[in-house]
Structures are given as C-alpha cells and as structure tokens.
Design a protein around this ligand. Structure first.
Ligand SMILES: [Zn+2]
Ligand SMILES: [Zn+2]
Ligand SMILES: [Zn+2]
Ligand SMILES: [Zn+2]
Ligand SMILES: [Zn+2]
Length: 211
C-alpha cells in the first residue's frame, strides 16, 4: 500500500509530535508509508519515496547518505513501528468527511464507504459498490429507445427517454406490432395442432384402407 504525494486521498489529523518524529520520512517529511530500511545509513524511508528518488534511479545511490545502493534491503520493519503507523488518524479528502479513520483502514474506506458524486452528473452521492446498480436508475445514464430493434436510432439520457418515446413513431409501432406478433404466434400454435391431428387421422385411414 503506497500513497504518492499528489494522489494521496487523505490528510493527517495530527502532525507527528516530538516523540514520534522518527516515524517521519526524511524525503517527503510525512509519516512513513510502506517503509524500507536503507542498508548503509539505516534510515527508514517510504518505499515509493526511495524508489522514485532521482539519486536512486539515475545513480543507484541512497538519496540520504549518497552511498551506493544497488538493491533495496528487505529488512522487516518491527511490528510496533508498523502498528504505530497503522494507527495514525487520517481524514478523507475525497468525500471531505469529518470522520477520523485509522490509516490502515483507509483503503477499505476508499473502496467501500467513500461517497463521491455520480460521474454522470445527476447529483447523487455514491460509494464505489453502489455505482453499478445506480447506473440502472441514474437519470443521466445513456440509453437507447425501446424501439431500437424497429430501427429507431435515437440515443440520449434516461430522463429524456419518456419524452422521446411519446413522439417516437417506431415506439408507437412497436406496441401495435408486438400485438400482431403475439396473435401470429398463437395462430402458428393452432396450425401445428391441426397438422398433427391431420397426420394421425391419415395414418389411421391408411391402415384401415391399404392401397
Ligand atoms: Zn516518504
Ligand atoms: Zn543511506
Ligand atoms: Zn472518503
Ligand atoms: Zn447518477
Ligand atoms: Zn424511438
């Protein structure tokens, strides 16, 4: 889990106090995110800050102590540090909610609870899981005329569909046509029954009066 500076969707509720200053990344000056330990100077740095630093990318050196650093140390960060970082309080910048969230729970908030305005512009606020079902009713969602299969080429947004269908000639035609098609299929069914009765009758007749 990494959050790059410009894309970070939260802000910290409290700045780190003196006791916790050592949990600050020497590069971005914010609380560490997914920290690594640089083997030469043994500083902890956010993984993304380290990996994207020009010193490391261009010259494979540590941006803090300037010593050679070919690969990033896989040293496991002690659990109490991870816990301290996980427990930092943040507020979401996306939904602008006043709710305080544990930093470790932020991804869950963003995926399941963070509400943003419908991108289609209907004005509703939705969580990510709600978007899919909302599209079925959103009045700004792009739709086609119900008489599309009768060649109506109209497309528009859902709130204009009713108005369109009131004056769409194809739509009016569709109702009449579906009535006729239904009648036709009933007739076909009757015809089939008659045909099969006829076959049975003919078989009986042939057996009684062989040629
Ligand atoms: Zn950093
Ligand atoms: Zn270093
Ligand atoms: Zn949010
Ligand atoms: Zn909408
Ligand atoms: Zn139409």
């Amino acid at each position: 889990m990494t959050f790059s500076e410009d894309k970070r969707q939260f802000r910290y509720v409290d700045p780190l106090n003196e006791d916790f200053k050592h949990l600050e990344c020497p590069l971005c000056k914010d609380p560490l995110e997914d920290p690594i330990v640089e083997p030469s100077c043994r500083n902890m740095v956010c993984r993304s800050c380290f990996e994207t630093s020009p010193e490391f990318i261009k010259n494979s050196v540590c941006p803090i102590c300037s010593k050679k650093c070919e690969t990033i140390d896989q040293t496991t960060i002690p659990i109490f540090i991870t816990k301290l970082l996980d427990n930092l309080r943040v507020k979401c910048k996306v939904c602008n909610s006043e709710q305080e969230i544990r930093r470790a729970d932020f991804t869950n908030h963003a995926e399941n609870f963070c509400k943003t305005q419908c991108k289609l512009g209907c004005g509703e606020c939705l969580t990510k899981p709600q978007v899919q079902s909302h599209n079925q009713i959103c009045k700004k969602f792009p739709v086609e005329c119900s008489a599309k299969k009768l060649m109506c080429k109209w497309t528009g947004i859902r709130e204009d569909l009713e108005e369109h269908e009131k004056k769409c000639i194809y739509f009016g035609l569709e109702n009449a046509l579906s009535f006729i098609l239904e009648k036709l299929s009933m007739l076909e069914e009757k015809q089939n029954v008659t045909n099969s009765n006829l076959t049975t009758f003919k078989e009986k007749f042939d057996s009684k009066f062989p040629k």
